[in-house]
Ligand binder design. Structure first.
Ligand code: SF4
Length: 125
């Protein structure tokens, strides 16, 4: 996490509050699907981005790991959702250890954005 924004990451107390509210929503509205990020990473064994739990499509159609990791190497205007799920970037993230890495309460991919950018710019992706 960059020094300029580290104070924006939720505190332990805020994360507990968020988890409690999500639990209530899930109990009160079982017909809905709630994905909490940050929040669900702990119970899911790590970051749930890059197709591990979800991915994000930006306003231009770019498939990104997560809104907090806005990098894309594939566009759903030109490909299927299934192909987007298996993009080189998503595949590299899913097969590497970044998604399961430790972080300081915020977002693991934001904290490791240099490594994500290196993956995106590598010849393998
Ligand atoms: S990229 Fe960050 S905010 Fe998004 S799911 Fe992973 S850890 Fe959570």
């Amino acid at each position: 996490m960059s020094d300029e924004s580290s104070d924006l990451a939720p505190t332990d107390e805020e994360r507990e509050y968020l988890a409690e509210r999500i639990l209530h929503l899930r109990n009160d509205h079982p017909e809905m699907v709630y994905i909490s990020f940050p929040g669900d990473e702990k119970s899911s064994g790590g970051c749930v981005a890059a197709g591990r739990g979800f991915f994000h499509i930006n306003s231009h159609g770019g498939a990104e790991p997560c809104p907090f990791s806005p990098y894309s190497d594939i566009n759903v205007r030109n490909t299927s959702l299934n192909e987007a799920l298996h993009s080189p970037l998503f595949t590299a993230l899913q097969s590497g250890d970044l998604l399961s890495g430790d972080h300081n309460g915020g977002c693991v991919l934001f904290e490791k954005k240099n490594e994500v950018e290196a993956l995106l710019n590598s010849k393998a992706v």
